[in-house]
Design a protein around this ligand. Structure first.
Ligand SMILES: [Fe+2]
Ligand SMILES: [Fe+2]
Length: 275
């Protein structure tokens, strides 16, 4: 009888498997994204999405900066720093990505007036807090998994679906630069972080940490898109009894929602307390 011994996966094989897992994940193929790609949504619907999503956009550099501090050596720091430089605006005419996103918010909402004072779904604030925690307190590879596979690999696919809807809703190219830029730029970012991951994805424990970070991020992302979807439904039917009943069934507590302004104060306060 021939005995087959399982050969351990190479870093390249592990990362290829993980990429497939990310692309098939429910967060990347969330019903909201599939719907916007195939069903007409109005500019106002995208305005609701934009005010929720902006809270995430403004925090991404913060995750990377935290990761830069926990990176074990200068090789990993170099790859993370390359992505950060782009996020600060290197590849987008000096406009950082939050600034680009505000241009989309202005186009979708007719201005920025409500951006700081709109109540955020708790899945939005939970998403940010989870990533701040992962990038500051989990082992470095868990953080790199959340930011590389969890963000940079998944975003081109998610934004590809969004872009189909945005075009159908009549947004001009210059109003959706943020999304178009990320479909291209995140392919580079994903590759750069993959180079960093390949340095470490040698031992099974390291691979487990990378995968755990990716899945933690994507699970938070699934809840985020569901939260955005709920906000769009609520906006369309503000006084609808059915929506209230549904909300009771979901056991969702709107009184836990806070605005972006309050959220920033909360994060600044907790940062002061931990330094
Ligand atoms: Fe970005
Ligand atoms: Fe990116």
């Amino acid at each position: 009888m021939q005995v087959r011994t399982e050969r351990p996966q190479t870093p390249g094989e592990f990362l290829a498997d993980l990429r497939r897992e990310v692309e098939r994940h429910p967060a990347v193929n969330h019903p909201l994204l599939v719907r916007v790609a195939h069903v007409p949504f109005t500019r106002e619907d995208y305005g609701v999405l934009a005010r929720q999503h902006y809270a995430l956009v403004g925090m991404f550099t913060n995750y990377l900066e935290r990761l830069l501090r926990t990176a074990p050596d200068s090789r990993a720091k170099q790859w993370i720093a390359k992505v950060l430089v782009d996020e600060y605006g290197e590849g987008s005419d000096g406009k950082d990505h939050a600034e680009l996103y505000r241009e989309f918010v202005a186009a979708a909402c007719g201005g920025l007036d409500l951006l700081e004072v709109t109540p955020l779904h708790t899945a939005v604030t939970d998403f940010v807090e989870a990533h701040l925690r992962i990038c500051a307190t989990e082992p470095f590879l868990v953080g790199l998994g959340a930011i590389g596979p969890g963000h940079e690999w998944s975003i081109p696919k998610m934004f590809g679906l969004l872009l189909r809807g945005l075009a159908r809703a009549g947004f001009a190219d210059e109003e959706i630069v943020y999304f178009k830029l990320h479909v291209l730029q995140d392919q580079d970012h994903g590759r750069w972080l993959e180079e960093a991951l390949a340095l470490y994805a040698v031992e099974p424990e390291a691979c487990q940490q990378i995968r755990r970070g990716a899945l933690l991020s994507l699970e938070a992302r699934t809840r985020f898109w569901s939260g955005v979807q709920r906000k769009i439904v609520r906006w369309r039917q503000p006084a609808n009894v059915h929506a209230r009943t549904q909300s009771a069934r979901e056991n969702y507590d709107e009184s836990r929602e806070i605005t972006l302004q309050t959220f920033r104060h909360k994060l600044a306060k907790s940062a002061r307390n931990t330094t």
